[in-house]
Design a protein around this ligand. Structure first.
Ligand code: 2AM
Ligand code: CA
Length: 260
C-alpha cells in the first residue's frame, strides 16, 4: 500500500504543534492554582490536546485508525494507524515539573514509519522517519558511544500499579543502581526514549507501559542507532509490556542485569 509520507509528516507535526500550544496555555493558566485545581486543569489539558490532534488528523485522513490514550479505541482502516499520547508525563504536569510530551506515531500495516515527540515547555521536537534517521529540532541525533555500564547514565520509570511488580522492579533497580554511574527517573517514557536517542542517557528500561507511551519514542530511538528489545533481548513491539532501549554498546550488559 502507498501512502503520502510527506503529508503524514506535515499533518502529524501540525497536530503536535497545536497540542503543544494547548498544553502551554493550560500550563500558564495553572500558575496561581493549587494542586487540587491543577489536577482538573491537567485532565482538561489532556483531553483538549487529544481532541485537537484527533480533529486535525481525522480531517486530513478520514479513513485512518486513531488509537489514543484518552479515547483508547481503534476504529477505521487497520492498515493506517495513528498512535497518540496527548500528554505523556501527566504526574509531572500536575506538579508543574516541565518534563512532559506529546507523542504521535504513524504505523503502516503494523510497522511504525513515522514518530514525533514534542516537549512544548522545553521547546524540543524529536522526530524520525523509518530509514531516514532521527532529529532534534531539525538536527540529526545519534546514541552515545559509551561502552560500559560503569560510565553509563540510565533512566527508568515505575508503573502506577506497583503492588504486582514491586519485588522484581526493586531487584532490577538495585542491580542497575549498583552497576551504573547513575540512574534518573524523569516520568515521561516518550522523552526517556528520545534522551537515549540523542545520547543523554545510555539506556532506558521500564515495564507495564502502554502502546502510546512507546510508539513514537521507539522509532526515534531506533533511527538514532539504539537497540530496542524486551528484557529478554527479543525485538520490541508496542504491544509488549517491557522495553529495554540502549545505545547498543551496553545492551548485553544491561539485559543481563535485568534478567532475574
Ligand atoms: P503518563 O504520564 O501518560 O501516564 C512514567 O513511568 C511513564 O510511564 C509515563 O510515560 C507514564 O505515562 C507511563 N505510565 C506509567 N504507568 C502506566 C500505566 N499503567 N499504563 C500506561 N502508561 C503508564
Ligand atoms: Ca503516557
Amino acid at each position: 500500500m502507498n501512502v503520502d509520507l510527506e503529508k503524514i509528516k506535515a499533518v502529524g507535526l501540525a497536530s503536535a504543534a497545536r497540542a503543544g500550544d494547548i498544553i502551554r496555555q493550560y500550563w500558564n493558566k495553572a500558575v496561581r492554582i493549587e494542586k487540587k485545581g491543577a489536577i482538573d486543569l491537567l485532565t482538561e489539558a489532556d483531553l483538549a490536546s487529544e481532541k485537537a490532534i484527533v480533529e486535525i488528523i481525522q480531517t486530513a485522513f478520514p479513513a485512518h485508525t486513531i488509537f489514543a490514550e484518552e479515547s483508547g479505541i481503534r476504529q477505521g482502516s487497520a492498515s493506517c494507524e495513528w498512535i497518540i499520547d496527548p500528554l505523556d508525563g501527566t504526574t509531572n504536569y500536575a506538579h508543574r515539573l516541565p518534563q512532559v510530551a506529546v507523542s504521535i506515531a504513524f504505523a503502516l500495516e503494523g510497522t511504525i514509519i513515522f514518530g514525533l515527540v514534542l516537549n512544548p515547555l522545553a521547546e524540543e521536537l524529536f522526530c524520525a522517519t523509518r530509514g531516514q534517521g532521527a532529529e532534534l529540532n531539525g538536527q540529526p541525533i545519534r546514541v552515545s558511544t559509551v561502552r560500559n555500564i560503569r560510565e553509563s547514565l540510565l533512566v527508568t520509570g515505575f508503573p502506577y500499579e506497583l503492588k504486582p511488580v514491586i519485588r522484581p522492579l526493586m531487584a532490577r533497580f538495585e542491580r542497575c543502581l549498583m552497576a551504573a554511574q547513575g540512574i534518573r527517573r524523569l516520568g515521561s517514557a516518550a522523552l526517556d526514549l528520545c534522551y537515549v536517542a540523542c545520547g543523554r542517557f545510555e539506556g532506558f528500561w521500564e515495564q507495564n507501559l502502554a502502546p502510546w507511551d512507546t510508539a513514537a519514542g521507539m522509532i526515534i530511538a531506533r533511527e538514532a542507532g539504539a537497540s530496542v528489545t524486551d528484557f529478554s533481548r527479543a525485538p520490541f513491539s508496542i504491544e509488549k509490556k517491557e522495553i529495554l532501549a540502549t545505545n547498543g554498546l551496553i545492551h548485553e550488559e544491561l539485559a543481563r542485569l535485568l534478567s532475574l
